[in-house]
Design a protein around this ligand. Structure first.
Ligand code: BGC
Length: 617
């Protein structure tokens, strides 16, 4: 049995371990020549204090900057400005997109950080939100809404553990995940990043995901990456589901709906939390000292660091210095900045403005020291000072391995929610004579994966990565005697024993995904109708980031499955279609009956399917 310790317990252990070394090792003669912060056997707080005492204001402010690789036009800036962190935002990639190129790029930036006077390693982050999804060749898992439908925290922990392994294989030790939004209004284009609409389910999944990413110890560099719970707080509660909008309501409601997952994530040991772009009752979260410092850091005892969302600070005020000052005073420790030399609100400007604010006495040095200590603490805990580089080729070789894909396939199987199964049309027989597959979603990995897949907004077709489409999985599953015909537009269906229609939303991510209408595309509804006209029973598989109003497609289908955005492992869909596994997924959100009901976010009337609904066979 493995005993897991939380963050505080680990701090106490570190102190005890160091004390016992001091007592048993006798006088630390030669060790005194090595600065305390470089001695891994010392307690982390001693190392942090020692390092902080050696840092200039410039070096401290540099630590508080996370620059996007797309903005750092000259890698030497990492040394010049003593930058503390970098990221590859949604569309920032190395020139070639493969695991080796990612490792090389990250190691290159790291080498510049290690050229600084104090050799403080760089923290590098990416949005590994459903697998290590920026990198071609990795395994892409279902988006969180699908993971929520599994109601299986142990599986979610395993999935994020695989993601951590694949990240470590590219030298990246920090993921901006999990998103623990409790999405209320599904018109929000990020609904699929939310595990579900109830705080209880999201809390359970939040803790599981953090455990999966961070593993037993953050210092286990081969199977642990720093998790980052996001976006604090109320991101999924904005009025009309507007992205980056305003969450309106009293504090009791805010706490009841959106705070529990943060409590759970902190208890599970999360050491980074990202601030939300959204506002609460008109005040930008990046400026909200009461919630960031008062509630999160003081009341909940969050000891990790708070990172801003990308250019989130800029939204506080048109006067950038004022915005920087407000955010830092509110409790933001690390500023994520997508702009570089020659651009407004660049990381250079942030450094100059924050320095000026400190000189003017508007940001106290104690606040700077607190922010930097939190960031350094994470770096020490992760063992970055001892092991700043990727150095395990076995991890790189395991990226996209069959074993990793197997975990994702299980996630897919468990995420499918069977909404209708008339006359027990499912499971289909593997020896069915003639199966016709229709709909462009059947043979499109990009559509199957959704947004945040290779590109920020995702993309259709083979622009994405390796994997198995639903059509390929069906072909693999059936007997050699079965004929599978693929007719994307459902034209010319003859002598079919059953038709599988794969329809749904085209890929999107934040911003682009905001919707006012949530009807199934009329073209998709027509396709299902056309399939039904063939006389064969139709099994509809819906690929979507949220419930859609199915209209006639539900009536025209004998069976209807919500498959969410399953990712690269289409075989998980075939496993359920052909009865290798019984469907077990349950709705993580209510399914509205009408577009009006969805648009008004008014589920007080009968929903089409209630929360927790899911048939089986
Ligand atoms: C998103 C975050 C993401 C960040 C970095 C922002 O636009 O809101 O969720 O982590 O970009 O890519």
């Amino acid at each position: 049995m493995t005993i897991k310790f939380n963050f505080r317990q680990r701090c106490i252990f570190n102190c005890l371990a160091a004390l016992s070394i001091a007592f048993t090792a006798g006088p630390l003669v030669r060790a005194e020549e090595v600065p305390a912060y470089l001695r891994p056997n010392l307690p982390i707080d001693t190392r942090v204090r020692d390092l902080l005492s050696r840092m200039t204001l410039d070096e401290k402010i540099g630590q508080m900057v996370q620059a996007d690789s797309g903005a750092v036009t000259n890698a030497a800036d990492v040394q010049k400005y003593a930058l503390g962190a970098m990221l590859s935002g949604g569309n920032s990639k190395p020139p070639e997109n493969n695991p080796a190129a990612w490792s090389k790029m990250v190691d290159e930036y790291e080498s510049w950080a290690l050229k600084t006077r104090l050799k403080i390693p760089l923290l590098y982050g990416v949005d590994a939100v459903h697998g290590h999804n920026d990198v071609i060749g990795t395994v892409i898992f279902p988006h969180n809404i699908g993971l929520g439908a599994t109601h299986d925290p142990a599986l979610v922990e395993e999935a994020e553990h695989v993601t951590a392994l694949e990240m470590a294989g590219t030298g990246i030790r920090w993921s901006f995940a999990p998103c623990i939004a409790v999405a209320q209004d599904e018109r929000w284009g990020r609904t699929y990043e939310s595990f579900g609409q109830s705080p209880g389910l999201v809390s359970e999944m939040a803790a599981a995901a953090v455990r999966g990413f961070q593993g037993r110890e953050l210092s286990d560099r081969n199977d642990s990456v720093l998790a980052c719970a996001k976006h604090f707080i109320g991101d999924g509660g904005t009025e009309d589901g507007v992205d980056q909008g305003d969450t309106v309501g009293d504090e009791a409601t805010l706490r009841k709906l959106y705070l529990p997952p943060y409590r759970a994530a902190i208890r599970a040991g999360v050491e980074c939390i990202m601030v939300s772009y959204s506002s609460w009752n008109g005040e930008k979260m990046h400026a909200n000292k009461y919630l960031l410092t008062g509630v999160l850091k003081q009341e909940l005892g969050f000891k990790g660091f708070l990172v801003s969302d990308d250019a989130g600070i800029d939204q506080i005020s048109p006067d950038y210095q004022d915005a920087v000052e407000t955010a830092v005073n509110a409790g933001v420790d690390l500023a994520m900045i997508p702009r570089g030399p020659g651009e407004t609100n660049s990381y250079i400007e942030f450094i100059q403005d924050l320095k000026a604010s400190v000189a003017e006495g508007k940001v106290p040095l104690t606040r700077i020291d607190d922010a930097v200590s939190r960031i350094l603490w994470a770096k020490f805990e992760m063992g970055l000072f001892e092991h700043p580089y990727t150095d395990d080729p076995a991890l790189t070789a395991a990226i996209g391995s069959a074993a990793h894909r197997q975990v994702a396939r299980r996630c897919v199987r468990e995420s499918l929610v069977l909404l209708k199964n008339e006359n027990h049309v499912l499971p289909l027989s593997k020896t069915i004579k003639h199966l016709v597959v229709v709909g462009e979603g059947a043979d499109d990995l990009g559509m199957q994966c959704g947004g945040w897949t290779i590109a920020w907004q995702g993309g259709m077709g083979a622009v994405t990565t390796g994997g198995t489409t639903i059509l390929a999985a069906i072909r693999r599953a059936v007997s050699p005697e079965t004929t599978v015909t693929y007719s994307p537009d459902a034209g010319g269906i003859t002598n079919a024993d059953a038709v599988v229609a794969v329809v749904g939303e085209l890929p999107y991510a934040e911003g682009k995904g905001n919707a006012t209408e949530l009807n199934l595309d009329p073209g998709d509804a027509a396709l299902v109708e056309k399939a039904k006209a063939s006389g064969a029973p139709v099994v509809t598989i819906l690929l979507s980031g949220r419930p859609l109003i199915p209209g006639s497609a539900l009536d025209n289908s004998a069976a209807f499955i919500a498959a969410w955005l399953p990712g690269t492992e289409g075989q998980g869909v075939a496993d359920v279609l052909f009865g290798d596994c019984r469907p077990t997924g349950k709705l993580p959100r209510e399914w509205p009956r009408t577009a009006d009901q969805a648009a008004a976010n008014d589920l007080t009337g009968e929903p089409l399917f209630p929360l927790g609904f899911g048939l089986t066979y």
